[in-house]
Structure formats: structure tokens, C-alpha cells
Design a protein around this ligand. Structure first.
Ligand code: NAD
Length: 248
């Protein structure tokens, strides 16, 4: 997928990785971008920086968000070519509370399912469409810390993989972004800050990346139609080391 001339939706577009993706897609010549976020003010700040973007405040934990975002994109720019299910939450510690599980399941997994349910029929008809799911390295090998985060990110990888094997031959592209240790509020606050165990484990494993590094990897991954986009080779080494730990 070449983003030039495409209509794109980015959830979690007000901050961190999502915001870097929005700016990069604009640089690459996207026709129109919907910046979607729970933080409507932040989304508006990003969209007003750009000529061809609109902001939509939404909670992706509500399945109705998918129709709202896709209809907004269609009205302003035309049919959606690329949907980035990027908004995510790192909640809970260890086994966590039922409320943390609900939040993580709704935002990190069910949001992806709701978006795909709304998009896939049209994409199959047009034989065109691309779904980029932001999961995490924690979706490939569980990291210590929050069980809901590890489990829901594994589910996001599995759902993206299922989409890819089911619709890949029918004109629908799918990639799954699995970063680790990116300098954003989610890493710095969500994992308990610099004293948090999750933060220390992640940042000891590989160098911390900037959101722009992740945007670079996404542009390359979309161009090559790579399924699993891992922005840093050391993340892969970390995952392999973990796998060999399990062998012992
Ligand atoms: P971030 O905190 O900078 O951005 C997350 C954005 O998602 C925020 O703007 C937030 O308002 C929005 N959001 C949260 N809940 C929402 C909801 N219910 N509805 C709509 N928007 C919502 O964090 P980030 O690091 O850029 O995270 C983006 C994605 O990358 C997440 O899915 C995260 O799990 C994933 N990720 C991040 C890292 C990392 O190290 N930062 C590593 C692996 C995966």
C-alpha cells in the first residue's frame, strides 16, 4: 500500500504513535485523514495542523465508534482505504480487576473487531482496503506486568492474523504493528513510570524508540505488505531470547 491519495482513519491519533502516523501519512500525500481519539481536544490540535484532516472525538471501546468514524471519513473524503486500529490502553497490574479486563478487552480487541465488521463487506466489494492493527511485542511474548495487556495484545495479533488469512487473497491487506518501548505517555505513565517493573523490563530489553521511528517502520511495512511490523531488530532478539527462556 502506498498512502499517497488514500483516505485514512487513525484511532488514538491525538498522541504518541497514532499522532506520528497521522503526520507521516500527511507527508506521504494521503488524500484525507480522520484523527480519532477519546481526547477530542488533542485530536483537534493535530487535525488543525493539517490541510486535509478532521478530528472526531470517540471512545473506541463503544462498537458504534466504527460507523461514526467511517461515515465521517466517507462524507469528508470518500471511502476508507486504510484503517489504523491504534488506540490502546495499558491497564492493571498482575491479574488485575474485572473493570481493567473489560476496558482492555473493549479498547485493545473489540474495537478492532467492530472496525473490521464495518469495513470488510465494502472492502471485499471494492477489492481494496487495508487494516493496520497496533498490537505490541507483548502480543507475541507476554511481558511481566499487566495480564489484561498481554492477553488482549495476543488477541489483537490473532485477530489480525485471522483477517489476513481469511481476506488476504480477496484484496484486503492486513498488517500488525508490534512495537516495544516507544517514548509515549503509555510507556512512561501506563507502565508505572520509571520505577514501574513493566517500564524497567521493556526499556532494559531494547533501546527506547521515538514515535517517528515507528512511523518509518509502518511506511516501509505497508509498502512491502509485511504482516508483522516490528520496528526494531532488537525487539525480535528480545522475543527470541524469551522463547529460549521458556525452553529451559
Ligand atoms: P499514547 O498514550 O501516546 O496514545 C494512545 C492514544 O489512544 C491516546 O491519545 C488516548 O487518548 C487514545 N485512547 C485511549 N483509549 C481510547 C479510547 N477508548 N478511545 C479512543 N482513543 C483512546 O500511547 P501509544 O504508545 O502511542 O499507544 C498507541 C498504541 O501502541 C497502543 O495500542 C499501545 O498499546 C501500542 N503500543 C505502545 C507501545 C509503547 O511502548 N508506547 C509498545 C507497544 C504497543
Amino acid at each position: 500500500m502506498d498512502v499517497a491519495g488514500k483516505v485514512v482513519v487513525v484511532t488514538g491519533g491525538a498522541s504518541g504513535i497514532g499522532r506520528a502516523l497521522v503526520y507521516r501519512f500527511a507527508d506521504e500525500g494521503a488524500k484525507g485523514i480522520v484523527v480519532a481519539d477519546l481526547d477530542q481536544e488533542g485530536a483537534t490540535d493535530v487535525a488543525t495542523d493539517l490541510d486535509n484532516a478532521i478530528a472526531v472525538g470517540c471512545d473506541v471501546g463503544d462498537p458504534a465508534h466504527a460507523d461514526v468514524l467511517i461515515s465521517a471519513a466517507e462524507q469528508s473524503f470518500g471511502p476508507v482505504d486504510l484503517f489504523c486500529a491504534n488506540a490502546g490502553v495499558a491497564v492493571g497490574v498482575d491479574l488485575a480487576s474485572p473493570a481493567d479486563w473489560d476496558l482492555a478487552l473493549n479498547v485493545n480487541v473489540r474495537a478492532h473487531i467492530a472496525a473490521a465488521q464495518r469495513l470488510i463487506p465494502g472492502w471485499l466489494e471494492r477489492k481494496n482496503g487495508y487494516f493496520l492493527a497496533t498490537a505490541s511485542a507483548a502480543g507475541i511474548a507476554s511481558q511481566i506486568g499487566s495480564a489484561p495487556y498481554a492477553v488482549t495484545k495476543h488477541a489483537a495479533v490473532a485477530f489480525a492474523e485471522w483477517l489476513s488469512i481469511t481476506y488476504g487473497a480477496k484484496g484486503v491487506g492486513v498488517s500488525c504493528l508490534c512495537p516495544m518501548g516507544v517514548n509515549t505517555p503509555l510507556l512512561n505513565d501506563g507502565l508505572g513510570g520509571e520505577d514501574g517493573l513493566g517500564f524497567r523490563v521493556v526499556t532494559a530489553a531494547a533501546p527506547v524508540l521515538e514515535p517517528d521511528d515507528v512511523a518509518d517502520a509502518v511506511i516501509d511495512g505497508l509498502a512491502d505488505e509485511t504482516f508483522l511490523i516490528l520496528p526494531h531488530p532488537e525487539v525480535l532478539e528480545f522475543l527470541q531470547r524469551k522463547a529460549s527462556d521458556y525452553d529451559r
